[in-house]
Design a protein around this ligand. Structure first.
Ligand SMILES: Nc1nc2c(ncn2[C@@H]2O[C@H](COP(=O)(O)OP(=O)(O)O)[C@@H](O)[C@H]2O)c(=O)[nH]1
Ligand SMILES: [Mg+2]
Length: 416
């Protein structure tokens, strides 16, 4: 049924998931650089390239000299560590066989299937988080007639739930059409039609995070202060580690010692390696991490960045720099650029999505704190105006409180 993320075998022709729009071209394209001298499992907290200036000026020099080593990194990542195939969706098969024999034969697999019971308890947490919103929308349907007043009240309730004007207008028009088509005269049935309309609107946001197409898969995580970046990275690390994936963390939030320490705690808890550098340049730390991730044969490199306010232009510039410099360590990276948004910030979350997407060309979202006072409608606004996949939602502070997003379940929880 649900899987936490999808694992694919790397195809030699795999197109980068993110078009490098607006990026500086990497000076040299090095498909599989892996320094022979670096041990596959180097000690913890060892910055590979301590000199930030050198990183920017000659990014390819530490890794360009060595040719690819017969794809052993990839073969190891796929053949040796994947969990038992739970399902093999036909549409995710690699288009072309890879030129690297060991992994070409490995079919894409879906791992970490979610036990139904744990998904149920997550649904309950989401429902209780969204309950206030749901009950105020639900009261609209308690009358006896489907009339203009019902639609007016619904419009108000949707706007109050952070759905935004555009998505609210869309939903009302869609709903009226559905009511007409179904010829229903029962207001209670209209609620079910609204749930379907909402699920259809949210459907484009439902998409699994795919890993394994690149070695390592480099995931950059951005968002404003306190959105839940570090916590979400910690939770994600746990899920990846449980699925047998080797993870390297990059503490690119170098401004605050506490931020580095917080990520360090997650690294220790999950026994994964971390690249961290006191007062270092965030882009240099990210470069080091991707370089080390390649050298050590990691499956996933997660880059935690500092909180950014989209209005602070120079800070957005710094995130762009991290992205550019990561590309210099691996021409196809970052493979994912995720924005973490706090579900409580309402329509402001949509502004954040716009600003970060314009600057970084986002590939996915993580929406946190849906267990709190979040109203949830903002996902409809995002679906209407910037339909970027919501890979995960956060419904609490504990490690198990990160879940995959289901449009249908979310729509039901929102109207429950
Ligand atoms: N209730 C709740 N709290 C969360 C969730 N995700 C993160 N937090 C809390 O939000 C606060 C800020 O999180 P943090 O990861 O440090 O944010 P960052 O500044 O974006 O890295 C911490 O107290 C987290 O425990 C969530 O899904 N639900
Ligand atoms: Mg943080």
């Amino acid at each position: 049924m649900f899987s936490f993320f999808k694992k694919k075998s790397p195809a030699a022709d795999a197109a980068p998931l993110l078009p490098p729009a607006g990026q500086e071209p990497a000076p040299v394209s090095v498909p599989e650089p892996a320094p022979v001298s670096a041990p596959p499992q180097a000690p913890l907290q060892t910055p590979v390239t301590p000199n930030p200036t050198k990183v920017t000026a000659e990014p390819q020099s530490p890794v360009a000299a060595e040719p690819a080593k017969a794809g052993w990194l990839r073969g190891l990542g796929l053949g040796g560590k994947a969990a038992a195939p739970a399902s093999v969706p036909a549409d995710t098969a690699p288009k072309n066989p890879s030129t690297q024999a060991p992994q070409a034969s490995v079919a894409p697999i879906t791992i970490a299937p979610e036990p139904a019971s744990s998904r149920d308890s997550w649904m309950n947490r989401l429902k209780s988080g969204l309950r206030k919103t749901g009950s105020s929308i639900a009261t609209v349907f308690t009358g006896t007639q489907i009339d203009e007043q019902l639609y007016e009240e619904l419009e108000e309730a949707l706007l109050m739930a952070d759905t935004g004007v555009k998505a609210t207008t869309h939903l009302l028009e869609d709903l009226k059409q559905r009511v007409k088509d179904s010829k229903t005269t029962d207001p209670a049935a209209v609620k079910d039609l609204l749930a379907s309309a909402l699920a259809d609107l949210l459907a484009p946001l439902e998409k699994p995070l795919v890993i394994g197409e690149h070695s390592p898969t480099v995931i950059m995580v951005a968002g404003v202060n306190g959105a839940g970046k570090t916590t979400s990275i910690g939770k994600l690390t746990k899920h990846l580690a449980d699925a047998g994936q080797s993870v390297l963390l990059a503490a690119a939030d170098t401004f605050r010692a506490a931020a580095r320490e917080q990520l360090g705690v997650w690294a220790t808890r999950n026994t994964v390696e971390i690249i961290s550098q006191e007062g270092g340049d965030p882009a240099a730390v990210s470069f080091d991490a991707v370089t080390a991730g390649k050298a050590r044969g990691k499956d996933v490199v997660l880059v935690d960045t500092a909180g950014r306010l989209p209005t602070q232009l120079h800070l957005m510039e710094e995130l762009k720099k991290i992205k550019r410099v990561v590309t210099k360590a691996d021409a196809s990276a970052p493979h994912q650029v995720l924005l973490v948004i706090d579900g409580n910030t309402g329509q402001n979350a949509l502004n954040q999505v716009r600003a970060f997407d314009d600057a970084l060309q986002l590939t996915g979202l993580i929406v946190t704190k849906l267990d709190g006072t979040a109203k949830g409608g903002v996902l409809a606004a995002i679906a209407q105006e910037r339909p970027i996949p919501v890979y995960f939602i956060g419904v609490g502070e504990k490690v198990e409180d990160l879940e995959t997003f289901s449009a249908k379940e979310f729509a039901q929880a929102l109207l429950a």
